[in-house]
Design a protein around this ligand. Sequence first.
Ligand code: R5P
Length: 297
Amino acid sequence: MPEADHGKDAKDFHLDIPAQNRPFFLKGAGALDWGMQNRFARIFDPGSGHTVMLAIDHGYFQGPTTGLERVDVNIVPLLPHCDALMVTRGILRTSIPPAFGRGVVLRASGGPTVLKELSNEEIAVDIEDACRLNVAALAVQVFVGGEGETASVHNMTRLVDAGLRHGVPVLAVTAVGKDMVRDAKYFRLACRVCAELGAQFVKTYYIAEGFDTVVASCPVPIIMAGGKKQPELDALTMAYNAIDQGAAGVDMGRNIFQSDAPIAMLQAVRKVVHEKMKPREAHELYVSLKKRPGPRT
Ligand code: R5P
């Protein structure tokens, strides 16, 4: 028998305060279940509503990419500076300390390597293993207009179904074939298809013309993809423009870990994404942090 509750007369039911019903902070996520919203809150900062994801999943199709030769040496020191990590389960289990407390976005598709047609992917992770790893989201490549278009869309929808059963959101990554036109019309199509078919957030490339229309026509958060390494000021400018035009965050890999000072670059990107620091100012910050002594800064 539980002990009797003797404090009955002292209880305060705050009868004058209506029950709080706070809307979830993320676009398109209001109707998701508690578990899925909780996982999103491990990826996105509930304060700014934005995220700086660090992408290190390149090895799943191109092997030991420059900067990722030794994740334990090169990447682990960066972890305290990102909001979420995009990674494969092989690298997660072997090289990422389980004490990493932020969101893990698990690469969940794969198959072909750079030696073959890349759009021929399949689902590469079971939802049970994703839950065992306690990941915050699953990431899947979607090749709209590519050779493997239908199969990759089906990979995504199957992961969305599995994710909904377990409360795990799915990040659709719009992959663009080498010869395809990268314009607003294409990205509006690709992002909208992913959202319509159930992806809870979408990663896509920034484009100079019409990125705001890509964001506006996609009912779920858009994460800006990093792409190939650029000079730091250009990468910071791209991140600024994407956030300014409505992106909910960035997922950058080579522009971070191939920088001369990855931690300094990550800190500068954070200022842009979370505080809307102007690109020049963020670049000055990068330069000053780079000069400071310390691990790879
Ligand atoms: C490819 O599409 C993958 O998502 C990547 O392996 C990775 O996330 C790309 O990152 P970044 O282009 O910023 O180096």
